[in-house]
Design a protein around this ligand. Structure first.
Ligand code: AMP
Ligand code: MN
Ligand code: MN
Ligand code: MN
Length: 307
C-alpha cells in the first residue's frame, strides 16, 4: 500500500444530486490528481459501471461506493433533559420520529448486484417520491407553487429526487440567491419546505453494506450538529457494534479542528479512517476532488488492505 496515493472516496454524479455525469466526475478527479476514486451516489448505484470504465480509462483505480440515508434516534436523551413521562406506544413512535437525526453511511467496496443491498436502496429511493410531494405541498402553503415539477426538471434520475433539486428550483424561481441560501431558508429543520422523513435504520444500512461485501463508513461525522457529544458517542458505539468499520476524518464538510477531533475519535474507537471530498460539481462543493489534506500518518486508512 502506497502512503503517497491520493485517495478520494466520496463523490456524487447526476445519478443522485451531483451536477455532472459520472465520466465527467472521473475527469475532475483525474485533474485533481486522484489515484483511487469512489463514486458514492445517495441511495443509488446505477452510475458505478460508467464511473469505473471512465476511471480505468484515465488510469485511476475505482472503488464501488454508495451513500445510504439513515434515520437514527439516540436511546439516551441529552444529559440536561429530564426523562419524559411514559406515553402510549403510538405517541412514542411519533415523538421518536420527531427526534430522528438523518445520518449518512458510506458503503465502500460493495457489490452493487447484491440483492439485499439493491432491494434496500430501491426501497429508500421510492420513499423519496412521497417525501418530495410533502415538501412541495409545504412550499405551496408557504406561497411557492410548482416546486415538485420544478425540482423534477433538475433530477436526471427520476428515482432520486433530492433536496438539492428543490434547492436548484428555488434559486431558478428567484426565491434564493444560492442553493446554500435555499437550504438555509427552506430546506432545513424548522423551515417551510422541510419535512421529517423515515430513511433506513442504521442496522439495515450496515447489514446491506456488509452483505454486499463492503465496508461501512460514517460520512462527515462533524455534520450531525443535532446530536450532543454523548449522543454522538452512543451512535459510534452502536455503529461499531453493528459491524461498522470506519469514519470520514478528512471530508469537505470538516474544518481543520474537526480533522483533528475526528482523527482522535478514530483512534479512540479503533475506526479505519477515510478521506473524501463529497464533490457534487462546480459551484456546489467546498473542495475539489483530491484536494483535501492527507490522513494523519498514524491512522489506518480504510483502503489499507485493498491493494
Ligand atoms: P436529501 O438526501 O434529499 O435530504 O439531500 C441531502 C443533500 O442535500 C446532501 O447530500 C447535500 O448534497 C445537500 N445539502 C444538505 N444541506 C445543505 C446545505 N446546507 N447547503 C447545500 N447543500 C446541502
Ligand atoms: Mn448530496
Ligand atoms: Mn452526505
Ligand atoms: Mn455525499
Amino acid at each position: 500500500m502506497n502512503a503517497q496515493l491520493n485517495v478520494d472516496l466520496h463523490s456524487h454524479s447526476l445519478a443522485s444530486d451531483g451536477l455532472l455525469q459520472a465520466h465527467e466526475v472521473a475527469a475532475r478527479a483525474k485533474a485533481g490528481g486522484v489515484d483511487v476514486w469512489a463514486l458514492t451516489d445517495h441511495d443509488e448505484t446505477k452510475a458505478l459501471g460508467e464511473a469505473r470504465a471512465a476511471a480505468e480509462a484515465l488510469g485511476m483505480r475505482f472503488i464501488n461506493g454508495v451513500e445510504i440515508s439513515v434515520s437514527w434516534t439516540p436511546r439516551t436523551l441529552a444529559a440536561n433533559v429530564a426523562a419524559p413521562a411514559p406515553v402510549a406506544a403510538d405517541s412514542v413512535r411519533k415523538s421518536r420520529s420527531a427526534s430522528d437525526t438523518t445520518i449518512h453511511i458510506v458503503g465502500l467496496q460493495i457489490d452493487p448486484a447484491n440483492p439485499a443491498l439493491s432491494k434496500g436502496l430501491k426501497a429508500i429511493r421510492s420513499g423519496r417520491d412521497e417525501r418530495a410531494a410533502r415538501m412541495a405541498l409545504d412550499l405551496e402553503i408557504a406561497g411557492i407553487p410548482g416546486a415538485l415539477e420544478g425540482a423534477k426538471k433538475f433530477a436526471v434520475n427520476p428515482e432520486l429526487l433530492s433536496r438539492s433539486h428543490f434547492a436548484r428550483f428555488l434559486v431558478e424561481a428567484g426565491k434564493a440567491t444560492s442553493t446554500h441560501q435555499a437550504f438555509f431558508n427552506y430546506l432545513t429543520e424548522g423551515k417551510p419546505g422541510f419535512v421529517q422523513h423515515q430513511w433506513a435504520t442504521l442496522a439495515e444500512a450496515v447489514s446491506w453494506i456488509r452483505a454486499a461485501g463492503g465496508v461501512a463508513v460514517v460520512a462527515h461525522p462533524g455534520r450531525y450538529k443535532q446530536l450532543s457529544q454523548p449522543q454522538l458517542n452512543e451512535f459510534f458505539a452502536e455503529f461499531k457494534d453493528l459491524g461498522g468499520r470506519g469514519i470520514e476524518v478528512m471530508t469537505g464538510s470538516h474544518s481543520a479542528s474537526q480533522y483533528d477531533h475526528f482523527a482522535e475519535v478514530a483512534r479512540c474507537y479503533g475506526f479505519l479512517a477515510s478521506r473524501g471530498s463529497d464533490y457534487h460539481g462546480p459551484g456546489e462543493s467546498h473542495v475539489e476532488p483530491g484536494a483535501l489534506p492527507p490522513l494523519p500518518a498514524d491512522l489506518t486508512p480504510v483502503w489499507h488492505d485493498w491493494f
